[in-house]
Design a protein around this ligand. Structure first.
Ligand code: HSE
Length: 425
């Protein structure tokens, strides 16, 4: 591509003029010193009123992709399939690309890495994970694979906003979701936020930059906040916890990486405890530095635009992701042999498959709900979908990833003959 030195003007073709696209446009207008100018904006609906000059817009993607003067494509649209076509075409035409489309990136990262190598065009996407928090570039550059022990983060602003509004401000789930949509935090299909899909897409991207592993998001265990109940909130309060949707990966003793997205009880000693509203937070643990905490706005027009802007600025000094951990180190394996300490609640105890647990640590029931706390092997969650069904809520306990576990009872069969009392250890 034609960006060779610090003084090169970035001539941008922008796809999308939603909250982020418009945020970027306004910021670039106000900061001419950046030497970056939007030449054309491609939008889906040409008849919508826009806060920018009419002749800036087109509905024809080729006008941007065929324009020799445009040396950077910024892709900020919602439709992951269309984004894939735009980004791959632009890279093949040796244009630099900046994108915030986490779904598209997570699903196609191997091909996108190959295109960058083949055509020599850089592809940056800091805005795709945690918006304003520079987590990708830090994982890529700073943390050596061997030293990186774990990452656990609130990486979806909408669900964190909803949880804050529901638990702290006592408003209903639907009203909180509507507010998240009105603020421009939610995906246009909010199920992507609520059911944990957006978080898992981000985790998939983080895994590539943290450990050099490519795991398609569909292969990462996950659920969202859709089944959390009022009784979960009461239980959490009694125990001094808050509930957060946490994306995490942790290196086990055997070197394999356990990764998943689950709601989790968080103690007030955890940095994630006070991450509220649309803010995101990421705790990174490494052998020497111990814990480090990244905190910032994880959704919304300007926070996302700030990361896009940072990528544009990085293009001016020829920065690109080198995927060093993927290329030059032996990437660790995805773990499939570990245990989780999990809480499960449901209206009826009969709907909780207690026999799948290796040990039940607590069991309680009242007229509204039943809940258990137990240890379960990871495979009991990947092999069946019982825990994703409506009416069943699963929440990970603090320090809930266990490398190994020796059941207190010799076998499930033995445990059963003691009757229900044996569920309480
Ligand atoms: N819907 C996303 C979120 C937007 O709420 O985090 C930022 O990626």
């Amino acid at each position: 591509m034609s960006i060779q030195n610090q003084h090169t003007q970035l001539t941008i073709g922008l796809f999308g003029f939603g909250v982020v696209g418009e945020g970027l446009y306004k910021t670039l207008e106000q900061t001419p010193g950046l030497q970056a100018q939007i030449k054309k904006v491609c939008i889906k609906h040409g008849d919508k009123p826009r806060n920018a000059p009419y002749d800036l817009f087109t509905t024809n993607a080729s006008e941007l992709l065929n324009d020799q003067e445009i040396n950077v494509i910024v892709e900020l649209i919602d439709d992951a399939d269309a984004a894939y076509r735009i980004v791959t075409t632009a890279l093949k035409r040796k244009k630099a690309v900046v994108s915030a489309n986490k779904k598209m990136i997570a699903e196609h990262i191997a091909e996108l890495i190959l295109l960058q190598e083949t055509y020599g065009a850089p592809f940056l996407y800091e805005a795709a994970c945690c918006a304003s928090i520079p987590v990708i570039r830090n994982l890529e550059e700073y943390y050596d694979n061997d030293l990186l022990h774990s990452i656990s983060g609130i990486v979806n602003g909408s669900t964190n906003y909803i949880l804050t509004r529901v638990f702290d401000d006592k408003i209903g789930f639907d009203a909180a979701l509507q507010q998240a949509q009105a603020e421009g935090f939610a995906e246009s299909n909010p199920a992507l936020d609520v059911e944990g899909t957006d978080a898992v897409n981000k985790l998939s991207i983080l895994l590539t930059h943290a450990y050099g592993i490519i795991v398609p998001p569909g292969e990462i265990l996950h659920t969202g906040i859709q089944n959390l109940s009022a009784s979960d909130a009461i239980y959490a309060k009694e125990k001094g916890y808050v509930i957060k949707l946490v994306a995490q990966c942790r290196k086990l003793n055997n070197g394999a990486i356990a990764s998943f997205v689950l709601p989790q009880y968080i103690t007030n000693g955890n940095q994630l405890y006070n991450v509220k509203n649309e803010y995101n937070g990421v705790v990174i643990e490494s052998n020497l530095a111990d814990k480090q905490f990244f905190y910032g706005k994880g959704a919304g027009g300007f926070p996302t635009a700030s990361a896009v802007l940072s990528d544009l600025s990085a293009l001016r000094y020829n920065y690109r992701y080198e995927y060093k951990k993927l290329k030059f180190q032996t990437p660790p394996k995805q773990a499939d042999d570990f245990y989780l300490q999990l809480g499960v609640s449901a209206a009826e105890i009969a709907t909780i498959p207690v026999h799948l647990f290796d040990q039940i640590l607590e069991w309680s029931s009242d007229e509204h709900s039943s809940r258990i706390k137990g240890i379960i092997h990871y495979s009991k969650l990947t092999e069946t979908n019982w825990w994703k069904q409506a009416g069943i809520s699963v929440i990970l306990y603090p320090d809930g990833i266990l490398d190994n576990f020796e059941p207190k009872y010799a076998s499930i069969k033995e445990r059963k003959i003691y009757g229900s009392e044996t569920f309480v250890s």
